[in-house]
Design a protein around this ligand. Sequence first.
Ligand code: BTN
Length: 251
Amino acid sequence: MKPFNPKILRYESLASTNTEAARLALQGAEEGLSVVADEQTAGRGRLQRTWVSPKGAGLYFSILLRPTIPLNQWSLMTFMAALAVGDALLAASGLQTDIKWPNDILAGERKICGILAETIETNAGRALVIGIGINLTREAFPEDLAERATSVAEITNRRPERETILAALLQAISRWYSLLQESDGSRKIVAAWVSRSSYAEGKLVKVINGDETLRGITRGVEDDGALRLETETNGIRVVRSGDVVSVRAFT
Ligand code: BTN
């Protein structure tokens, strides 16, 4: 598998690095094109949420990829990105992280990074923009998230080096993306993800999906990354979307 050629475009301010990467994808940009901004004025999160992105407080990064794997495995692209973020934070900042399904990166049980993947139809075929937001300092997230979020600076007690994390992230994405595209790559990615996520197996959780809340015990993931949840009343449910919240006991 040919490794992608990272080309990094840097901006002081953008509405969203994902939007800019998608715009360039429509103009024919090659896979590996990466967009980084010091701040985002309209950063987006999963499930139509806002990703608050103050200047200098986070790594706001998007990469354009043009995967050739079967479409039913594209959902694993966020798994491979989560694995890459874990590697990058370990290599660049010595941080041990956990993954909360589907792709929140946690440090000390608080969210330190979010991942948003968006597909786009381009003249060169369907493409994917993977956006990654890493909280570098405490200023990255609003006060009301203080109990659920953290930052690299808070955990390491050091000033994070954005460029070092970015370089490690690009290297790690290249490695995991190549692995995903090998034969049997999807199985390896799922296995690696499961081994790095305390949420994959045996965790009491609530899954909130719109108006529906499911409670159960996690029982691994399907081949496409969907979460298997053993519920009290409905047996195993396969969850493809939603927010997972760890619960200590059922009420
Ligand atoms: C989430 O956890 O809800 C996903 C957050 C993804 C945020 C990143 S920051 C860089 C890129 N640009 C965006 O507008 N969003 C992603």
